[in-house]
Design a binder for this molecule. Structure first.
Ligand code: GTP
Ligand code: MG
Length: 424
């Protein structure tokens, strides 16, 4: 019975991923930036989105929204007050939106006429995390009234998001909101994630959020967005000027078969590589080195057009004793159910070899950064090191090699002993 449920769920998710990959390709071809807004019920998604739509329209952007709820078209009516085209999706009991629902509700809309499409998901911090809608940016919202520990309680949702928005900041003081704790919890689950502190009521934090949106469109948007009153800073327009783990760059939620326009891939890839102005990065901890290497592998996967899935990316964090993700047990569980380890390791090997070749042929700093990160990581025990070693060309730790030779000598000795015993 359990096996059947797992099989069924696997089938549904696979179908959703395929449809989402198709949607992503469509969005990419149309040049529309698609964002998926997720949160608990009542966090303030609709109010925040309504203000975002209004302010983007005032800047000359072409925007539209889809909004999911179990029942009623209340939110669609509220959003429509912004003047943007809006469609309500009623899921009638389903606690999340699916790619198929989105696809159906886009019928008749010319995506090429849009700069931004926002999808407000059903209020729920669990189910929507598993359903890719083909979006490029997933935004998780957290209000000051719902508890600073939400990221820790719902790590999958926060970990799969590209940016976080703290809402209702106007209520922070009366609610005794512990800002530092909330920020710490978010960073613990998703290190480096960009966080916006906003109030849709007072407008606080909206400028920064709108600048972020414009930066996400990068060179693809209409000129009026770049020339908008709040200018996008040089740093935000050029994410490649930033260090790895950039806060401005969304991590693309990847799926095999995804096609993203080349310049976008190049931009993402460049953002994850060390800047040419920067000297070889110094990794203070194995964790920093690990994140650097994983970002680079993730970026390489996107570059070759076969992006990693959430689980595939997170598996790279596996470690018995060293630093790893708080939800690694869930990740490994999902991996065991849905993936073939041999195929996965072969794919990782290809990516790592690809990185080595391009790093060797590229700037000296890049190659040094890669080898430095591997060296720092080698102080601990990490699955990623095994993958790198298996891809060839990496020096194992002394202990590892020694272990191999000791095992080899013992094995040969055993063979000789068996041969002698048989000849007696
Ligand atoms: N004080 C204050 N209240 C807000 C703010 N944003 C939203 N609210 C209030 O919070 C309540 C819920 O807001 P919604 O925008 O409906 O929340 P939601 O996340 O869309 O809710 P669901 O769609 O039901 O999941 C409403 O009463 C809003 O008026 C804000 O910035 N400040
Ligand atoms: Mg709503």
């Amino acid at each position: 019975m359990t096996t059947r449920i797992v099989e069924l769920r696997r089938g549904i998710l696979k179908k959703n991923d395929e449809l989402a990959a198709g949607l992503r390709a469509r969005y990419g071809a149309a040049g529309v930036l698609v964002l998926n807004l997720v949160s608990s019920p009542g966090t303030g998604k609709t109010q925040f989105l309504e203000r975002t739509l209004r302010e983007l329209r005032a800047r000359g952007a072409r925007v539209a929204a889809l909004v999911g709820d179990l029942e009623t078209d209340n939110d669609a009516r509220r959003l429509a007050a912004s003047g943007a085209p809006v469609r309500q999706i009623n899921t009638h009991g389903i606690c999340h939106l699916e790619a198929e629902m989105v696809s159906k509700h886009l019928e008749g809309w010319e995506l090429g006429n849009l700069d931004y499409l926002f999808i407000e998901n059903v209020g729920n911090l669990v189910c929507p995390s598993s359903y890719d809608l083909g979006e490029r940016v997933r935004v998780v919202l957290l209000s000051v009234t719902e508890g600073e520990d939400k990221p820790l309680k719902y790590p999958t949702m926060f970990n799969s998001a590209d940016a976080a928005v703290i809402t209702k900041m106007d209520l922070a003081v009366p609610c005794g909101f512990d800002r530092d704790l909330a920020l710490r919890n978010i960073q613990e689950i998703r290190p480096g994630m960009r966080v916006f502190e906003t109030s849709a009521k007072t407008g606080a934090g909206m400028e920064e959020w709108l600048d972020y949106l414009a930066a996400q469109r990068g060179g693809r948007g209409p000129t009026e967005l770049v020339a908008a009153p709040a200018q996008v800073s040089e740093e935000k327009q050029n994410p490649s000027a930033e260090a790895p783990n950039t806060k401005n760059e969304p991590s693309f939620r990847p799926h095999s078969g995804e096609r993203v326009e080349n310049h976008e891939l190049d931009r993402a890839s460049a953002a994850l590589k060390p800047s040419h102005e920067q000297a070889t990065p110094r990794f203070a901890t194995a964790r920093e080195a690990k994140e650097f290497l994983i970002e680079w592998i993730d970026s390489e996967a996107r570059r070759v057009g076969a992006p990693l899935s959430e689980v595939e990316r997170k598996m790279l964090y596996s470690s018995k004793k060293g630093w790893t993700l708080p939800d690694i047990a869930d990740v490994q569980d999902a991996f065991e159910r849905y993936h073939d380890p041999a195929e996965y390791e072969e794919n990782m090997g290809k990516l790592i070899r690809g990185i080595r070749v391009s790093a060797r042929n590229g700037a000296k700093e890049e190659y040094e950064a890669w080898t430095e990160a591997v060296r720092v990581l080698s102080r601990e025990d990490h699955y990623l090191l095994e993958l790198i070693a298996a891809a060839g060309g990496v020096r194992q730790r002394r202990g590892g090699r020694l272990g191999f030779w000791v095992a080899a000598v013992v094995f040969c000795g055993a063979l000789v002993a068996i041969a002698l015993w048989m000849n007696r």
